[in-house]
Design a binder for this molecule. Structure first.
Ligand code: ZN
Ligand code: CU
Length: 483
């Protein structure tokens, strides 16, 4: 077997294989886009040979939570992903997906976070076809958004859906699932979906159950009523009979600091009788649309983007309000459509959630601004460098597992997330001594340090700060949608 000629041979690195098993020094051979062998392969022939001594050889990272739906088409090199070692992105989160959306609909916030005025896709399949026609540099795991389905099914969004509207959403969900969605996301936190009752969320979710597809949620509340929101999410999972994933779990505002002890206890307990997972980004600030209500504008708020006042990017909302001589709410109105960064979490909660057994790493990066939250460029190296190496929150093997093997398991992504013969060759080489996020709130688009090389389906995509322009990413298909 070992006398075969490899396309690529990565020699002498420390293999951290994405299963949490301790790293071991070995060579890794790639052939036809797959991992062909792992072991002592030094004497094998290869078209290309890479010396990986001192480097970690890991599965390419899977970003469990992104908003790259449009960026995959408009910025197919996705440098903010591959420069972090990410080789697969999960899109369609927080209830917001790029499809299905009819051509002439005007999109309410937060749907406009994704809309860059480009083409619209009236069916989920049409959108997936567009992704297939124009491959990006990373693989894609699509979710369909409940908020998007509401816009399609309901003439007015400020109330819960009628039975007939629920039936339409179920049909649209079924279409998306059979086209290749891995699950459905919801965002009852946001105004247009907040009007949905728990019952609506349960009923719309019904088509997920026979396919064992995921219910992924930006919960109704991540502040004063976060514990209740966990209860609601667990109830939806139990009643609809679906696995649930709590997106970017966090506790916002000082009065709620420390409550992650309770929320995680609840999740831990529920895990005994239902399927629950969560993800988290390693920062104490959040980012989303610029809110219009006093309550959600508390604390330090920095403008990430504003279509009406682009010159205000990076400025503090309070300063803008003072300058204009108006209230923060009024200033927020004038800045719309806009997105913002909210400094509102406690470091201890972030660490506790990140370290929790079932927590995956997901960036929640929003790629539609020159002044994005630094998580867009820094999430994965920050977990490896700051939280694993410097803070010592967990071993490197655990950090890698939280961004590879665990994520593949939760989403049902086949033949990826682990380094083993036969798996697709999504591979990230990084230097464990120097890997580090360099993006911060002042310089949010600086690529990370220590990411040495990134292979997507065997194609070298990123090497020492240079993008190869390879676009070897594939649209991935869930097991339930395969013939
Ligand atoms: Zn969200
Ligand atoms: Cu999100």
């Amino acid at each position: 077997m070992n006398d075969q000629k490899f396309d690529l041979l990565i020699v002498g690195g420390t293999v951290i294989d994405g299963t949490r098993r301790p790293g071991f020094v070995a060579d890794l051979g790639v052939k036809n886009g797959r991992i062909a062998a792992i072991g002592d392969l030094q004497h094998c022939e290869a078209a290309q040979r890479i010396d990986a001594a001192g480097l970690v050889v890991a599965p390419g990272f899977i970003d469990s939570h992104t908003h790259d739906d449009q960026a995959l088409l408009s910025t197919p090199d996705v440098p903010f992903k591959v420069s972090q070692g990410v080789t697969t992105v999960v899109i369609g989160n927080c209830g917001i997906s790029s499809a299905p959306v009819v051509t002439d609909a005007s999109l309410p916030a937060p749907l406009n976070l994704l809309d860059d005025g480009s083409e619209r896709y009236p069916t989920f399949r049409a959108y997936l076809d567009a992704l297939r026609r124009a491959p990006a540099a990373v693989n894609v795991v699509p979710l369909v958004g409940h908020t998007t389905l509401r816009v399609m099914a309901m003439p007015a969004l400020d109330r819960t859906a009628s039975d007939a509207e629920i039936a339409v959403m179920q049909q649209l969900l079924e279409e998306a699932l059979s086209a290749g969605a891995f699950g459905m996301s919801t965002g009852p936190y946001y105004p247009p979906a907040a009007a949905a009752t728990t019952q609506e969320l349960i009923e719309v979710s019904r088509p997920l159950a026979p396919r064992k597809a995921l219910y992924v949620t930006h919960m109704r509340n991540e502040a004063d009523r976060c514990v209740e929101a966990i209860d609601e999410t667990l109830e939806i999972g139990r009643t609809a009979g679906v696995p649930v994933l709590v997106s970017h779990h966090k506790l916002m505002r000082q009065a709620n600091f420390g409550k992650s002890v309770q929320t995680l206890e609840k999740i831990q307990k529920a895990m005994g009788c239902q399927c629950v997972s969560l993800d988290c980004y390693p920062y104490t600030a959040s980012s989303t649309m610029l809110h219009l209500d006093e309550e959600r504008l508390q604390g330090r708020v920095v403008i990430a983007s504003s279509a009406s006042h682009p010159e205000m990017q990076g400025r503090d909302l309070q300063d803008i309000a003072d300058g204009w001589g108006v209230s923060r709410v009024e200033a927020s109105k004038r800045l719309q459509p806009a997105s913002a960064i909210y400094h509102s979490m406690d470091e201890q909660d972030v660490q506790r959630i990140l370290a929790f057994e079932r927590t995956m790493v997901g960036s929640d990066g929003i790629p539609s601004s020159d002044r994005p939250h630094p998580r867009l460029w820094g999430t994965f190296p920050r977990v490896l460098g700051r939280y694993s190496r410097d803070v010592g929150l967990f071993p490197l093997e655990t950090a890698v597992w939280k961004m590879t093997g665990l994520t593949a398991e939760v989403f049902g992504i086949e033949e990826r997330g682990v380094l083993a013969p036969g798996m697709h060759a999504d591979i990230t080489l990084f230097d464990p001594a120097t890997v580090k996020d360099l993006a911060d709130y002042d310089n949010p688009t600086t690529p990370a340090a220590g990411i040495e090389a990134v292979y997507v389906n065997g194609a070298l995509t990123y090497h020492r700060g240079q993008h190869s322009q390879a676009r070897a990413g594939q649209l991935l298909t869930p097991a339930h949608a395969k013939a």
